[in-house]
Design a protein around this ligand. Structure first.
Ligand code: RAM
Length: 357
């Protein structure tokens, strides 16, 4: 089992973020050369002996550029708070891949576990054990079954994530509409599945979208190569396809790469959720008109502060609880223990150069 650790650093906020990304790159490089093992944690007390406790970040997978940005924000907040911070996680986003890492975090006595679940239930028994051992559980990015966590930090209201993608594809298809497909992440991912459900519900109920026909949903597993092949396969299976929605940064970048050198460039619309730095070239070359996302660093940042608030008793996860998330100010726990970070942003040729993540 491959295992990674990133120690929480000290120094300036910018320095900490860079350190986290560099450490991540080094860890992945170790795997690439076959040197990775189940190494022990080497967490750093970033408050110099006065740490409020330890926080472990457990993203869906480590080798995903989106994860790097999220962890950068988490590390910044952990440094501000004084948490001893580390990161554990698998290289693939499969349903049960996170379980051994949760168990390890529990054995190491983690006070807070921040997890983006690859499957809402597969992580349940191990999270239950972590809680019994005293850990607070913050889900972020992709929720667990609510029974297994204290709060869920959601980037954007889930329904709005679905609807913004439908609005964009509808605008790009124009009055004619046509057949579309979805290229998603894994089939078990809580976040994508929830967004897709809102897209399907809206397609079925909103007459504005009567001219759009969703023909299939395929899964690239947040693996760039598999996502590329799935995009290629969609156009082979559905030669009349007019558009693709990819609600994953890995999927949309891979589909854009495929379309950009195919005959479908500029003819088949592609939208969804992407990182501006990965999508810039495809916006500039005319493959993609518009896509959306949020600031992933803010997600990690708020999640760490939510962990602190749970640990010091400021919040319990009850609706109406409030806490201060550092520079991002006061956040409120909503229904079902959900904390929303902010609205989505749409990126296109006019504004993409204003963003650097
Ligand atoms: C991918 C992951 C992540 C999701 C983003 C939009 O990086 O699936 O969970 O939030 O896309």
């Amino acid at each position: 089992m491959e295992l990674f650790h990133i120690s929480g650093g000290s120094g300036s906020r910018r320095g900490r973020r860079i350190a986290a990304v560099a450490a991540l790159a080094a860890s992945v490089a170790l795997v690439a050369t076959g040197c990775a093992g189940s190494g022990d944690a080497t967490s750093t007390d970033s408050a110099g002996g006065d740490s409020p406790g330890s926080i472990v970040f457990l993203p869906k997978q480590l080798n995903n550029p989106y994860t790097d940005v999220v962890l950068g924000g988490g590390d910044t907040a952990a440094g501000e708070i004084g948490f001893s911070a580390s990161t554990l996680g698998p290289l693939e986003a499969s349903a049960s891949a996170q379980v051994p890492f949760i168990e390890q975090a529990t054995q190491e006595g983690a006070n807070v576990i921040v997890i983006a679940a690859n499957d809402p239930d597969a992580v349940g028994p191990s999270l239950k054990q972590a809680r019994e051992a005293g850990a607070k559980i913050v889900a972020f990015d992709s929720d667990t079954n609510p029974d297994f966590r204290d709060v869920f930090v959601s980037q954007v209201v889930a329904k709005d994530v679905g609807l913004v993608q439908l609005e964009m594809i509808s605008k790009q298809l124009g009055a004619e509409g046509g057949d579309i497909a979805i290229l998603s992440a894994t089939a078990t991912a809580t976040n994508q599945n929830e967004w897709i459900k809102y897209i399907e519900d809206e397609l079925a109920s909103n007459p504005d979208y009567a001219n759009i026909n969703l023909v299939t949903t395929v899964y690239g597993d947040d693996d760039a190569d598999k996502s590329f092949k799935e995009a290629q396969g969609l156009l082979q299976s559905y030669p009349n396809l007019k558009g693709i929605i990819s609600p994953t940064t890995v999927g949309i970048a891979a589909a854009a790469k495929y379309l950009s050198t195919s005959d479908y460039k500029g003819k088949v619309a592609l939208t969804g959720l992407g990182l501006p730095n990965e999508m810039r070239e495809f916006v500039k070359d005319g493959t993609v008109t518009e896509f959306a996302l949020w600031d992933p660093a803010q997600l990690g940042y708020v999640a760490a502060y939510a962990g602190q608030a749970l640990l010091d008793g400021t919040i319990t996860g009850a609706e109406g609880d409030t806490f201060t998330a550092g520079d991002l100010g006061e956040k409120t726990v909503g229904a079902d223990g959900i904390i929303v970070v902010g609205p989505p942003t749409k990126f296109n040729a006019d504004n993409i150069d204003d963003y650097d993540f």
